[in-house]
Design a protein around this ligand. Structure first.
Ligand code: THU
Length: 137
């Protein structure tokens, strides 16, 4: 699947955004290795910290359906600038999808592609936990 189509999925998903507080609508679409697409939108809460971003909604839907291998994630908002994933989402995308292509879009559908490791260099990941998990003698 080309990224123009993946970006369209993200833009469509934005239509379901539940964002009465920020009025900032976001949609995301993840592409699996076997060509499936899972979409998500941001879902806000009056207790602001409980808000879930579009990227995490899309990825959690995919992972909870058994998907473990991803190629790309596209992100769409209503802005004229390329909307990047927030820091929390970068951590979650890297955890679940690894060094995938991140398709940043403008509202007119134009996009540019970044690798996850460009957006999250020197990530904290499972490897960093190994030392503390060693059994004490
Ligand atoms: N938001 C996302 O959905 N993804 C991001 O990566 C950036 C922020 C949402 C969260 C909140 O609902 C709104 O955009 C404003 O921050």
């Amino acid at each position: 699947m080309n990224y123009t189509i993946l970006a369209t999925w993200a833009r469509e998903a934005k239509r379901n955004s539940y964002s009465p507080y920020s009025r900032f609508r976001v949609g995301a679409a993840v592409l699996t290795t076997d060509g499936r697409v899972f979409t998500g939108c941001n879902i806000e809460n009056s207790s602001y910290g409980l808000t879930t971003c579009a990227e995490r909604t899309a990825l959690f839907k995919a992972v909870s359906e058994g998907e473990r291998s991803f190629v790309a994630i596209a992100i769409a908002s209503d802005e004229d600038t390329f909307t990047p994933p927030c820091g929390a989402c970068r951590q979650v995308i890297f955890e679940l999808a690894g060094n995938v292509d991140v398709v940043l879009t403008k509202k007119d559908g134009t996009y540019r592609v970044k690798k996850m490791l460009e957006l999250l260099p020197q990530p904290f990941d499972g490897k960093n936990l190994k030392k503390t998990q060693r059994k004490k003698k």
